[in-house]
Design a protein around this ligand. Sequence first.
Ligand SMILES: Cc1cc2nc3c(=O)[nH]c(=O)nc-3n(C[C@H](O)[C@H](O)[C@H](O)COP(=O)(O)O)c2cc1C
Length: 188
Amino acid sequence: MMRKIVVAVTGASGSIYAKLLLDKLQQLHQQVAEVGVVMSDNAKQVWEFELDNTAYSNYPFKFYAKSDFMAPFASGSARFDTMVVVPCSMGTLGRIASGVSDDLITRAADVILKERRRLILVARDTPLNLIHIRNMQTVTEAGGIICPAVPSYYSKPKTIEDVALTVVNRVIDLIGLENDSYRWSEDN
Ligand SMILES: Cc1cc2nc3c(=O)[nH]c(=O)nc-3n(C[C@H](O)[C@H](O)[C@H](O)COP(=O)(O)O)c2cc1C
């Protein structure tokens, strides 16, 4: 089945994860019917600060304003099957956990959960306080997946991009797309 995916980018550190996920979704376009993107105001600021560019505006995907409740994925009837929040700030995590649907990001997440579809939060902060941990528990109990932006090193990544890809490749696996990426095996 061709996938309909929402990518929400928020103002946590780690814009590189959003960039690499959008790059991957572009590469894997044959498996994807539609990608809708929404960015928070802070997401744009952090992206520009961390990546020194505004390349988020170059993708061939449809971008929606954070205030646009007319976007298709603001309703379950549009049948977007997956939403990834990448990176996901503790603020957005908290708003999703408490059901605040006051912008397109939190509304879309609310819709995905109520429709029992796949919500993946690439949560980023360290250390975590009890409020963060409880919010992660709440989202998990509601059916969401907390996929922390925590890289792995057993593939021996050489560059910052390789390190960040260890997170993004796990997100692609969670979305359920076929992807040619490093796999741990007995041959290693
Ligand atoms: C450079 C920078 C890095 C940040 N990193 C984080 C972070 O890793 N995690 C986090 O929860 N907030 C982080 N913040 C703070 C969020 O941007 C802020 O809480 C914001 O209100 C989140 O709103 P949003 O989720 O709507 O983007 C960072 C802010 C800046 C400017």
